[in-house]
Design a protein around this ligand. Structure first.
Ligand code: ATP
Length: 262
């Protein structure tokens, strides 16, 4: 199957990023002094203790909110709101219950003005890619949690964003489904060359998926560990369970865990 290839020129650059929320009982300093360049095609995983600002960082890159300090650019252009080149996958699938799976995935192309034939072809292609070819006619409530999350990923990919921002997308799934989706996501990433920023609480998931693993400190969040990883780029013939059993895998996981603890 062929999938759309993306332009490989949209780096995400975060400079001196600082973010404060004004809350009822004072100010919350969520992020402090974050400098980060995410190269096109990278698979960046982001871990850190609860409340350290991971989601805040992702939402700022998504353009859902404006930073109170510093800058974020994508392909050199300042982020001033959501954009078609950035797609967001949330922890809980956000599918329209009154539409079947195919129509949910075809919605983005429909809003972009694609013809019916075109958008259904796009939807089918991405449903196939996430292994939901047989479920196209079902309604979201007829899907398991893993299937709903696959459908959400297909829906985001159908908009062909160059950058996919994923906020704990597999956090609510059982371990087996989660591992299967991790493998599928890696296949999709290898086939499409998209840039991925992926938040996770799971150290093994961060190490397994990332070409680069980041850890943030407790609030205000700063990047305290930034290491490249190579497990997700390994050849297909190496089984995931063999990768996870490598001493280098355990060593990086230990460093990530240590960074989260401190
Ligand atoms: N809209 C908001 N108003 C006020 N405070 C907020 C808002 N959103 C987030 N915060 C605070 O900012 C801090 C960072 O939150 P954020 O959700 O980014 O952390 P996180 O690392 O993603 O946490 P978790 O891993 O638990 O999901 C927290 O203290 C949170 O309470």
């Amino acid at each position: 199957m062929t999938v759309d290839t993306v332009r490989h020129d949209l780096a995400v650059a975060v400079a001196g990023l600082d973010h404060r929320f004004s809350a009822r009982d004072g100010e919350v300093h969520a992020l402090a002094g974050i400098d980060l360049v995410i190269e096109p095609g990278a698979f960046v995983t982001l871990a850190g203790p609860s409340g350290c600002g991971k989601t805040t960082l992702l939402r700022l890159v998504a353009g859902f909110e404006s930073p109170t300090g510093g800058s974020i650019t994508v392909g050199g252009r300042p982020v001033s709101g959501p954009g078609a080149e950035r797609g967001v996958v949330f922890q809980r699938p956000t599918l329209y219950p009154w539409l079947d799976v195919r129509a949910n995935v075809a919605l983005g192309p429909r809003l972009r003005g694609a013809s019916k034939t075109e958008r259904l072809a796009i939807a089918d292609r991405y449903l196939e890619l996430v292994g939901l070819g047989d479920a196209a006619g079902l309604r979201p409530y007829e899907l398991s949690g893993g299937m709903q999350q696959r459908a959400q990923i297909a829906r985001v990919l159908a908009n062909d964003p160059e950058i996919v921002l994923m906020d704990e997308p597999f956090g609510a799934l059982d371990a087996l489904t989660r591992e299967r989706l991790q493998d599928e996501l890696l296949t999709i990433w290898r086939e499409t060359g998209k840039t991925i920023l992926f938040i996770t609480h799971d150290v093994e998931e961060a190490v397994f998926l990332g070409t680069r693993v980041l850890v943030m400190s407790p609030r205000p969040g700063r990047v305290v560990l930034d290491e490249s990883a190579r497990f997700s780029t390994a050849e297909h013939q190496v089984a995931p369970e063999e990768l996870r059993a490598l001493p280098e895998f355990a060593a990086l996981a230990a460093r990530v865990r240590e960074a989260i603890r401190h």
